[in-house]
Design a protein around this ligand. Structure first.
Ligand SMILES: C[S@@+](CC[C@H](N)C(=O)[O-])C[C@H]1O[C@@H](n2cnc3c(N)ncnc32)[C@H](O)[C@@H]1O
Length: 300
């Protein structure tokens, strides 16, 4: 099937490819390395290696990949689990709006970033939205994640690890709201972990209001980061003691106006309406301004 012209592979610095979305005006991955990002910010941050060691013949590891896209977070998770425990059984759901994205990523040269055992999984999910084998039951739910998450939660699905990877909060606020994250919280086991690349205060505050404890994802040795960065994302769970604590800088960030979260009470508002609602709340707030917090910490 011919791929839509809009999905032109873009090379990233670790040799793997990503796409650029004209609709969201944003790249799908960090230019420093799409493959490296999937490991550092998602598979490693959710401690999948421990899950692989714990998995037994009876119990599978359950994964939820929100904003599946090219499937890289799923691919990195499967490579991590199976390299440590080739018998590890996995149950996985991916949520994605646009079926043309995984389809365009299931061909050369993008697919070659992944091992021979993972490539057929990505290809089957892209074409059939389902993959079943002795050790993997996987399904891709196509549609707005604000709806598909409700189906999944109502089915009682709970993941040991959730990869939370929408476009940035400014570009796609509808997936970073307190209201959406409450549904996401219903899909995490009591001991599970959620990881996201965002360390925005509005995202962290929304996670807390949705019932999560949060920690930081410390800067990585494998991904180069600009010197003014203080974290490469956020990890959330229901048990604060299992998470890397926020620094004082990050704690104070949560007491500024930047920490006013996005809201979408009916889970149906447009990005514009959700952004305006947050701006109104910010204008009425008596919290410290974010520019004054930046000055205090010398962040340009
Ligand atoms: C940053 S990209 C995800 C990259 C992906 N995790 C990967 O490793 O390739 C964001 C994805 O969210 C999808 N998306 C945007 N709005 C969505 C929505 N309302 N529901 C579900 N997916 C959505 C986009 O189509 C895109 O594939």
């Amino acid at each position: 099937m011919p791929q839509p012209l809009i999905w032109t592979p873009q090379l990233t610095q670790d040799g793997s490819y990503t796409f650029f979305s004209l609709q969201f005006e944003e790249s799908f991955h960090s230019v420093q390395g799409a493959r490296a990002e999937a490991f550092a910010k998602f598979a490693d941050a959710t401690h999948l290696a421990e899950q692989a060691a714990r998995a037994s013949v009876q119990a599978s590891v359950k994964l939820l990949d929100i904003c599946y896209g090219l499937g890289y977070n799923t691919a990195a998770a499967l490579e991590t689990l199976w390299s440590l425990n080739p018998d590890c059984r996995v149950e996985l759901y991916g949520l994605e709006l646009d079926a043309s994205v995984p389809r365009a990523a299931s061909v050369s040269p993008l697919i070659e970033s992944w091992s021979a055992e993972v490539q057929p999984v990505l290809q089957a999910l892209a074409t059939d939205q389902i993959y079943q084998s002795d050790r993997l039951q996987a399904q891709l739910l196509i549609g707005d994640a604000r709806q598909t998450i409700q189906d999944l939660a109502n089915r009682g699905f709970q993941a040991d690890a959730i990869f939370f990877d929408p476009f940035s909060p400014r570009r796609c606020p509808q997936l970073w709201t307190v209201d959406f994250l409450r549904w996401v919280a219903r899909c995490l086991t009591p001991t599970g972990k959620l990881a996201t690349y965002s360390r925005a205060a509005a995202v962290r505050a929304a996670l807390i209001e949705a019932g999560f404890a949060i920690g930081t994802i410390p800067l990585s040795r494998t991904l180069e980061t600009p010197s003014h960065e203080w974290s490469q994302g956020t990890v959330a769970s229901f048990a604060a003691e299992s998470l890397p604590p926020l620094s004082l800088l990050e704690q104070e960030h949560l007491r500024t106006r930047a920490a006013i979260p996005y809201r979408d009470p009916t889970l149906a508002d447009s990005a514009e309406v959700i952004r305006q609602r947050q701006q109104q709340e910010q204008q009425q707030s008596t919290l410290e301004s974010t520019s004054s917090w930046r000055r205090r910490w010398g962040i340009c």
